[in-house]
Design a protein around this ligand. Structure first.
Ligand SMILES: *Cc1c(COP(=O)(O)O)cnc(C)c1O
Length: 214
């Protein structure tokens, strides 16, 4: 339930001497229909939602309509040919290549809009997972900084799947050190299984799905 997740975020903030206002819950709604989203997320007044597929997001956004006042975050891998479909996206968590950054720049210039992005980093170096290697993050960040219509707001990572949240801690800490080094201290990290550890390690956004819908 969403209020319980917010309570757990607040408790993790207290443990880490952080202000809960520094942490934004991105309610991940993938795989849940609009009726469930209304019941489990919007009913609590929460308006920051995340989807990982462009098509599913567009369909849900259209069904909910603008009056729902939702700030949508795209958290999944983004293909360059989908950039034109990004209408009213609040934050893209998954920038992972210069070519995608260039596609966003071109679309942003065409519309006279700026896309807010996070660079996704594969801190754990998991085979077959999206995100740039930690040593490549600086170069991608520099590239984004040279673009006029793409604004770099931080870094994002996914920890390897584990039942033990402590296994995620070194990954989250690694992202924090990288963000500090690159001067982009805001971090998107932590999911249902490990968001409290992420908050303790400095997350600015936690992306929580299944814990909200149980
Ligand atoms: C699905 C998803 C989440 C949320 O996962 P839960 O374990 O359901 O909380 C977070 N981030 C990304 C990128 C996802 O695809």
């Amino acid at each position: 339930m969403l209020p319980a997740v917010l309570d757990r975020i607040a408790a993790a903030c207290r443990r880490a001497s952080r202000d809960p206002a520094e942490v934004t819950l991105v309610a991940v709604t993938k795989g849940h229909d609009v009726a469930a989203v209304r019941r489990h997320v919007l009913a609590y007044g929460h308006r920051v939602l995340g989807e990982n597929r462009v098509q599913e997001w567009r369909a849900k956004a259209a069904e909910l309509g603008e009056e729902a006042g939702v700030e949508w975050h795209l958290i999944g891998h983004l293909q360059r040919n989908k950039v034109r479909m990004l209408r009213g996206v609040g934050l893209i968590h998954s920038l992972d290549s210069e070519r995608l950054a260039d596609a966003l720049e071109a679309e942003g210039a065409r519309r006279d809009e700026t896309f807010r992005v996070l660079v996704q980093v594969n801190v754990a170096r998991e085979e077959g997972k999206f995100g740039v290697a930690p040593e490549a993050a600086a170069e991608l960040a520099r590239h984004v900084a040279s673009l006029e219509h793409v604004a770099l707001e931080g870094l994002m990572t996914m920890a390897p799947y584990s039942l033990d949240p402590e296994r995620s801690r070194p990954v989250f800490r690694g992202l924090r050190h990288l963000g500090d080094r690159l001067g982009v201290p805001r971090l998107s990290m932590g999911m249902s299984g490990d968001f409290e550890v992420a908050v303790e390690e400095g997350a600015s956004w936690v992306r929580v799905g299944s814990a909200l819908f149980r």
